[in-house]
Design a protein around this ligand. Structure first.
Ligand code: UDP
Ligand code: MG
Length: 337
């Protein structure tokens, strides 16, 4: 188990990877950003040097075709503070970040974009917040330099929805500049495009979360890898997260309830129709209500069985990975006992 940031302290050791393991790992997903990389690496190095922090930079090349990978490989051989992780193809920003997390050795992990839109000078501010005892600090781009219709509006709506539904009250989920305690990301499984939901996932696992305003610059080189289509995907991911937050350990409470409601309604309609047929002696063969009753009964049984299967799957999910259904923050005992 890695030592916590608060107990070991992030600050205090100087030099890039000069004395053992780094305290801070900076994880950067890179996809076709070769023009930005030299300035980016320089800006990060100078920030950490002025703040005397022991750090490592992990650049994950996510299937670039513009020479970013070659540049990173060359730089990583020249300098001691850079690790280049080259993925075999383009997997997407979330996967690139997960690859970076897996290689990170620091007690604190900072993520940022490779396109110079985030400002590395903000990193010490985020780390200071971690030292205050938070597990996750998110950047908040107050002066966001992106297009209004294509980016800002969808992002506002998405942020509002995510805030309302997950209960994690930060303003800017989409900001890549974030700092985490290593434990927070260590046991987080990221799929799809869930990186923007890391705060929500961390919150499900009991993390203490805060945000700080950060700078944001317009893109100088290259172009954004995303368009409007992303909004739809974010909404779908939101549904997944919502389900996980509410019902991951008790799927039967959703499916079982729905199934039961459906079965009971179907049965009631069935009883009514039986009474019409047997009691009143009328023909029910041509009544749409009959179809509804059969449909409700069948759907109910299906939902019920689905719930039971989901319960089995959930148990397999937790037990196969040795994932407890809870997270302990700390255990305090009197060692003399
Ligand atoms: N990125 C990546 N893989 C992808 C798409 C993007 O690693 O498939 C990286 C990209 O190089 C950048 C970050 O993710 O460092 C954010 O991408 P972008 O700047 O295009 O997003 P925006 O800032 O427009 O939301
Ligand atoms: Mg960007």
């Amino acid at each position: 188990m890695r030592s916590g940031v608060a107990s070991s302290g992030i600050a205090g050791q100087s030099g890039a990877m000069s004395s053992g393991a780094p305290n801070v790992s900076v994880v950067i997903p890179v996809h076709d950003e070769v023009e930005s990389l030299p300035d980016l690496l320089e800006a990060i190095a100078s920030t950490f040097k002025t703040n005397q922090l022991n750090y490592e930079i992990i650049c994950v090349d996510d299937g670039s075709t513009d020479g970013s990978a070659e540049f990173l490989k060359e730089e990583a051989q020249k300098r001691s503070d850079l690790k280049a992780v080259i993925l075999r193809r383009n997997y997407g920003q979330t996967a690139a970040m997960a690859a970076g997390f897996n290689c990170a050795l620091g007690d604190a992990i900072v993520t940022l974009d490779a396109d110079l839109q985030n400002d590395p000078q903000d990193i010490p501010m985020l780390l200071a917040k971690l030292e205050e005892g938070y597990d996750l600090v998110s950047g908040w781009r107050q002066n966001r330099q992106d297009g209004a219709v294509k980016r800002l509006l969808p992002s506002r709506i998405a942020n509002w929805l995510i805030r309302r539904t997950t209960g994690v009250h930060i303003h800017d989920y989409g900001c890549s500049l974030k700092a985490y305690r290593a434990e927070v990301v260590a046991d987080m499984n990221l799929y799809g495009e869930l990186h923007r939901f890391i705060p929500a996932l961390a919150y499900i696992e009991g993390a203490r979360i805060t945000e700080v305003p950060v700078r944001h610059h317009a893109r100088r080189f290259g172009r954004s890898k995303y368009g409007l289509w992303r909004t739809f995907r974010v909404l779908m991911d939101l549904l997944t997260i919502l389900f996980m937050k509410r019902f991951l350990t008790r799927p039967m409470h959703v499916f079982g309830l729905l199934g039961l409601v459906s079965m009971v309604s179907g049965t009631l309609i069935g009883i009514y129709l039986t009474w019409v047929k047997l009691g009143l002696g009328r023909d029910i063969g041509n009544r749409p209500l009959l179809i509804l009753a059969v449909l409700l009964l069948l759907t109910g049984v299906q939902l019920f069985c689905f719930g039971l299967l989901a319960e089995l799957l959930m148990r397999t999910y937790h037990e196969s990975q040795g994932r407890p259904i809870y997270r302990v923050r700390e255990i305090v005992t009197n060692s003399a006992k």
